[in-house]
Write a protein of this length. Structure first.
Lengths: 709, 127
């Protein structure tokens, strides 16, 4: 049974009964309210009914009047006339006024279908009204967004002329609304951006896409440029024919500016605003591509200032900076706009001149630069004569790749400097540098064989016990002619040859053998050994270390390998480091703080110790900038559960400051220089820093601490 | 997501240590090593907080601070100024810095200052 609420306008009760019966038969559970006059009818219109059934003729009232009252009040209830007799013209008028149906009392079988139909129609009317309401709301919303929104919105026709734009759009372009709607898109677009945008619009109106997004420049009424991001979508009619497009326009000028600025800064030197080394080598490699393609030649100039260090030391850094800025300006003025002038670092500049198709022409350019230095530089009160030494390399005869060209220009620059000639062009005889290096490497190979290398041991002291707990092994070369050569003068060269691996093996073998000897003599020390990037690249290194530890029956935790930050960044290094750490060997980061890469590796690799570079430690007691880095570094190390060791501790003040900052260990001349084994044994007995009863415990604790993670 | 931190100092070693420290505490971090770069990063990223060295060659941190305050929305950025002495502190205060750390400072103190300025930024566990 379908429940319905019926208002019946009927003066005769038996007729009402009949109607109700008929509804019940048809399956309606009708709740009927019967009225027979205008006053009662009006009162009932206040409540909600599903259906009105009205007799046509009542003593003082009629169905047409009732329908009229319903319409006047704008009430939508299905209205069916049920009458004894009704004329055709009246029936037409009733339907015209909105009656759902009419029927005769002697044919009530039509009642049920008529009611069902009227109720269905009402449901449909309600749904349509709701849709219309939603549409109206959405239109209102759009209107509000359009009128009050902070993004620019523009409606554009298929002729690319504006149909309508909002206030935000006008404000962005500083146009009056009435002026802009007279214009087309091209009138306000930057000439260089018209074509790409127009292509996309054309494709859209041609039906190839429904929307696109583009960044382009608009021109304000004043002619100023606004960078905008425009999201355009197409509005179509019912048949799918394009009507117009809607563009949502955002001002991205600030963002573009910031991006451009960062891009500029990444490729330029902040002090002189000249291109930096990155941009210079990029331009050089482009020139090489062009030169190779066209079989043409060009020159590269590398130069540095002759007495820059003197200026810096005597007049201070600020004067040095000013001089570099003025030098940059001189170079710019001496050269053509198309020539690249770059600051390669420090007081070193590079020039990539155009139109230097022969070495002679490159030399002319170099002379022009030297001539521009004839007038002294004015730095404050001082007048400074600053010279340059220029090295020249010519493509392709002096090199066909960036690295070779720059290296050879560098070699020529040193020749110019040494001979005080101002400029020099590269020639192979100049390159005695490489010949000398070759000789030294041959000697080093023999030195390893002939036992000319020695290990010196630098004591490491624990801050808590103030006792030595371990040593760092440092290699020295006792050259028969040149005397004692420190590692920084031969290791970098060895790194470029296969010698490095035999050198590492010799250092590991010698130091572990020594450690074994000390331990058997009752000296419980730990050993730190330096490894370089190339060592970490060797897949066999961990096995070699394991074999050596086994050979001398040493616990892996007695050994720590020290690696620089840059070494840990090279390919494969992380794998080797993980394998060593898995074996139980300690991993220490040497010269910590001097690299340029992010430090995130400290979170991902099994590092046990960081050693703060001596350059920060040495001056920390006097230089606040150095102190400013040491304290956070110690804090960071401890947050990451690393042992923090200070290198280069040279006096008591530094020791005390480090102690107060919670540093774990130290090494440096304040404690001792690096010593030969026999010297160390004596020192350990005599020095206050010497080995004590706590040493073993101290070493274990420092190791244990580092192992917590 | 924690608020973004922009670390600005011409001292590269310090920048690296501070960057890893804030990363470890779970903040997204950006860095800049001079004033212009800092301003460009601010325009691009609008960080929640800046740790800014007061004394840098070229454009000083004090000047950076002043310009940030003049930007649209630049007043919302919390600025901790790293200073070497109290004279600079006076100038930094005028430029609109919210807090100061005198070099040398501990990371714990710096983090505490950051948390004080953006209370919703208390660090999550890093493990």
């Amino acid at each position: 049974m379908i429940p319905i609420n019926v208002l019946m306008l009927e003066d005769r009760a038996p007729d009402a009964e009949l109607v109700m019966h008929e509804l019940k038969v048809a399956g309606y559970d009708a709740e009927v309210t019967r009225v027979d006059n205008k006053a009662d009818y009006l009162q009932q219109l206040g409540s909600s009914y599903d259906l009105i059934l009205a007799d046509y003729n009542l003593p003082q009232f009629d169905a047409i009047s009732a329908l009229k009252l319903l319409n006047e009040r704008d009430i939508d209830v299905p209205f069916i006339i049920v009458s004894g007799s009704i004329g055709e013209d009246v029936a037409v008028e009733a339907i015209h006024m909105g009656a759902a149906d009419y029927l005769l009392k002697d044919r009530l079988t039509r009642l049920a279908p008529a009611v069902t139909k009227a109720l269905d129609q009402k449901t449909m009317r309600d749904a349509k009204r709701a849709t219309e309401e939603r549409l109206r709301e959405s239109q209102e919303r759009f209107q509000r967004v359009f009128e009050e929104g902070s993004v620019g919105i523009a409606l554009v026709g298929s002729d690319y002329r504006f149909i309508e734009v909002n206030d935000a759009f006008c404000q962005m372009l500083e146009y009056e609304h009435d002026d802009i709607v007279k214009l087309g898109i091209e009138d306000i677009t930057h000439p260089d951006d018209i074509d790409p945008a127009a292509d996309l619009s054309r494709q859209m109106f041609a039906g190839q896409n429904d929307a696109y997004r583009i960044e382009k420049r608009y021109l304000k009424k004043t002619g100023d440029v606004v960078w905008v991001q425009v999201s355009v979508s197409l509005v179509k009619d019912k048949e799918g024919k394009p009507l117009y497009s809607i563009g949502v326009v955002q001002d991205v000028t600030e963002r573009r500016k910031a991006e451009k600025e960062l891009e500029f800064l990444a490729l330029h030197d902040a002090l002189t605003e000249l291109p930096n080394r990155t941009l210079f080598t990029d331009r050089l490699s482009h020139a090489i591509v062009t030169g190779t393609r066209d079989s043409s030649s060009f020159g590269v100039l590398v130069m540095d200032m002759d007495r820059f260090k003197e200026v810096n030391d005597s007049l201070g850094h600020q004067a040095g900076d000013l001089l570099l800025q003025q030098m940059a300006e001189r170079l710019r003025l001496a050269l053509r706009q198309a020539d690249t002038v770059a600051r390669l670092g420090g007081d070193e500049f590079g020039v990539l001149p155009t139109n230097t198709t022969s070495a002679e022409l490159t030399i002319v350019t170099a002379r022009k630069i030297l001539a521009s230095l004839d007038l002294p530089f004015a730095i404050g009160e001082a007048r400074i004569d600053a010279g340059l030494s220029i090295g020249i390399a010519q493509f392709p005869e002096h090199g066909r790749d960036v690295e070779t060209l720059l290296r050879h220009a560098d070699v020529a620059m040193y020749v110019a400097k040494r001979n005080k000639t101002g400029l020099a062009i590269y020639s192979q005889e100049h390159d005695e540098h490489s010949a000398g290096r070759l000789a030294l490497m041959t000697e080093l190979r023999q030195a390893i064989r002939n036992q000319q290398l020695e290990l010196h041991y630098m004591p490491k002291v624990d801050f808590r016990t103030r006792r030595t707990y371990g040593v760092e092994a440092l290699v020295r070369w006792r050259h028969p002619v040149r005397g004692l050569i420190p590692p920084d003068q031969f290791i970098p060269m060895a790194e470029q040859t296969d010698l490095l691996s035999s050198l590492a093996r010799w250092v590991l073998e010698t130091s572990l053998k020594q450690l074994d000897a000390w331990r058997r003599a009752g000296l419980e020390l730990s050993m730190a050994v330096n490894l370089s990037a190339a060592n970490l690249h060797e897949a066999s290194l961990p096995e070699m270390i394991r074999d050596l530890l086994a050979k001398y029956k040493l616990d892996p935790s007695a050994l720590t390998v020290e690696i620089t930050e840059s070494a840990i960044m090279v390919a494969q290094a992380d794998r080797t480091v993980r394998r060593l750490s898995d074996m139980g060997v300690g991993v220490s980061i040497d010269d910590f703080g001097t690299g340029y890469s992010a430090l995130s590796y400290l979170k991902t690799l099994p590092v046990d110790e960081i050693k703060i570079d001596r350059s920060f430690v040495r001056d920390m007691a006097v230089n606040p900038d150095d102190a400013a880095i040491v304290q956070p570094t110690i804090d960071l190390g401890h947050n990451l559960r690393l042992r923090v060791t200070a290198e280069g501790v040279e006096d008591e003040d530094t020791w005390l400051v480090l102690e107060s900052l919670g540093c774990d260990a130290a090494q440096g001349f304040y404690i001792s220089e690096a010593l030969l084994p026999a010297e160390l044994e004596v020192w350990l007995k005599q020095s206050a820093w010497g080995i004590g009863a706590e040493t073993g415990e101290s070493a274990a604790r420092l190791r244990g601490e580092a192992r917590v993670r | 997501m924690k608020p973004e931190v922009l670390v600005v100092d011409d001292d590269m070693p310090l920048v690296r240590v501070l960057a890893l420290h804030f990363e470890t505490e779970g903040y997204p971090v950006r860095v800049a090593t001079n004033g212009r770069e800092a301003l460009a990063q601010v325009r691009l990223r609008h960080p929640a907080i800046m740790v800014l060295d007061a004394m840098m060659p070229g454009m000083s941190g004090v000047e950076v601070c002043r310009q940030v305050r003049e930007m649209d929305g630049g007043g919302d950025i919390r600025i901790v100024m790293l200073t070497a002495n109290s004279q600079v502190e006076e100038a930094a205060k005028e430029a609109g810095a919210d807090a100061f750390m005198t070099k040398p400072f501990s990371l714990q103190a710096l983090s505490a200052e950051v948390r004080r300025l953006i209370p919703e930024a208390s660090p999550a566990s890093t493990e």
